[in-house]
Design a protein around this ligand. Sequence first.
Ligand code: AP5
Ligand code: MG
Ligand code: ZN
Length: 215
Amino acid sequence: MNIILMGPPGAGKGTQAANLVKEYGCAHISTGDIFRKALKEQTKYGVIAKYFIQFGHLVPDDYTIAMVREHLKENEFPNGFILDGFPRTIIQARELESIAKEFKFQIDAVLNLDVDFDKLTKRLSGRRTCRECGATFHDEFNPPKQVSVCDACGGELYQRPDESEEAVKVRLDTYTKQTRPLIDYYTMKGEITNINGDQSMEEVFNEIKKSLEGK
Ligand code: AP5
Ligand code: MG
Ligand code: ZN
């Protein structure tokens, strides 16, 4: 099963993608995570992406599409994949359609996590991410057993540089202008399922599982 997981910054895309990986064994493709890894390893995509990510802007379509294309070409997905954070513009959505034709796969579900904007800032400011495995926690909503230590691998937990108040503002604004129009795009194609992301993590996941029944 191949899934697109959409939603504003902090909506819970990464959290729910991790649940889907456990449940269905599919691969998690997060463009944000791939960019951050590239940044750490100083590869070409990392060097390009750094400036855009730190200020909360989207990385230009050309680079993002090329990177996703490369990732889909170079890896195998026997149990399908979840695209977390891609597409994020109409151009990316159209390109994904042509990549799907070329590589002969289909998208089985487009899930949109719907969360009020005023909740997102709190989710982002309290998030802690593992430096080693990328698992995410939250000071209040999902605290790790030991402060600053990842439950899954013992790695150090940190706050992402794009979690500053300024960067979050830009990310939310960027989402409204460039990514939210995709909801209409997929709604017109009759392909979207809206999920109420403003519930507990378990409830959100149950709603997602229900929506995927029979797919
Ligand atoms: P990316 O890493 O994708 O960031 P994002 O979209 O801003 O989303 P986040 O990862 O911040 O949030 P999330 O929805 O995954 O929420 P999470 O599960 O962590 O992208 C970063 C940057 O890379 C972009 O700004 C851009 O520059 C670039 N980029 C990436 N893709 C691109 C593309 N396609 N094109 C161009 N540029 C691109 O949850 C957040 C917190 O809330 C956690 O602490 C979690 O524990 C908590 N939480 C989760 N669910 C719940 C719940 N139900 N109740 C309470 N708390 C919850
Ligand atoms: Mg994420
Ligand atoms: Zn970890």
